[in-house]
Design a protein around this ligand. Structure first.
Ligand code: G5P
Ligand code: MG
Length: 216
């Protein structure tokens, strides 16, 4: 689909709710650029930037990184995208981040993936990631063609350091206390759209129909 106007969207949802999976389907179908705050932080860790090294222990412990750090990083990348249509995944995650984004851009829609916590815990321990691209696999749901290897580049897949059961529990707690208030923030602006379910393949057709309507 070729977009007729600039469109700016946010994907929200608890850790492991399928933000990355749904984002890649949205970008493929609708041609938006995808920016994931988690991928951006992991890329900094991987290439051992000063910022990456500083943020690593925060992320490995399942805590959010400071608002000013992530807001600066994301807003600077968005600036480089100029007049493109984009989809943000994992940002904003606090009301202060939402206000920082709001101060610069007008967001058209916020897609919230409402997936039960029990479903999430089972998924994350079987996730495998290609760090350079952010492509995600799951040994049950969408396994790579060859075990342990990225389909596109043939490079090795890794398990994220923050996908241990204890850290997942901490990430879910941080989501409840710090990120759930952001849903209210966007609901009060009338741009929040909630998609509930336990399977991405069942949620996705609803997201696709919603965006097709919104963009036509
Ligand atoms: P991230 O990287 O933003 P999270 O915790 O928000 O991390 P995560 O873990 O990346 O979110 P996701 O993108 O929502 O999850 O989900 P996904 O990767 O698509 O799917 C999860 C797994 O389930 C995959 O293996 C996928 O294949 C599988 N799956 C998907 N659908 C299904 C299904 O229907 N069935 C089954 N069986 N499996 C399925 O943030 C990481 C850290 O970075 C920092 C924080 O420390 C954070 O903890 N950070 C920030 N800190 C402050 N502010 C911000 N804005 C920050 N952003 C990141
Ligand atoms: Mg993700």
């Amino acid at each position: 689909m070729v977009l007729q106007r600039i469109f700016r969207a946010v994907v929200m949802g608890p850790p492991g709710s399928g933000k990355g999976t749904v984002s890649s389907r949205i970008t493929k179908t609708f041609g938006l650029k995808h920016l994931s705050s988690g991928d951006l932080l992991r890329a900094n860790i991987e290439s051992k930037t000063e910022l990456g090294l500083l943020m690593k222990s925060c992320i490995d412990h399942g805590q959010l990184v400071p608002d000013d750090v992530i807001s600066r990083l994301i807003l600077s990348d968005l600036r480089k995208m100029g007049n493109s249509s984009w989809l943000l995944d994992g940002f904003p995650r606090t009301v202060s981040q939402a206000e920082a984004l709001d101060g610069v851009y007008s967001v058209d829609t916020v897609i919230n993936l409402d997936v039960p916590f029990q479903t999430i815990k089972e998924r994350l321990t079987s996730r495998w990631t290609h760090l350079p691209s952010g492509r995600v696999y799951n040994t049950d749901f969408n396994p790579p063609k060859v075990a342990g290897v990225d389909d596109v580049t043939g490079e090795p897949l890794v398990q994220r350091d923050d996908d241990t059961p204890e850290t997942v529990t901490r990430r879910l707690k941080a989501y409840q206390t710090q990120t759930e208030p952001v849903l209210e923030y966007f609901r009060s602006k009338g741009i929040l759209e909630v998609f509930s379910g336990t399977e991405t393949n069942k949620i996705w057709p609803h997201v696709q129909t919603f965006l097709t309507r919104k963009l036509s």
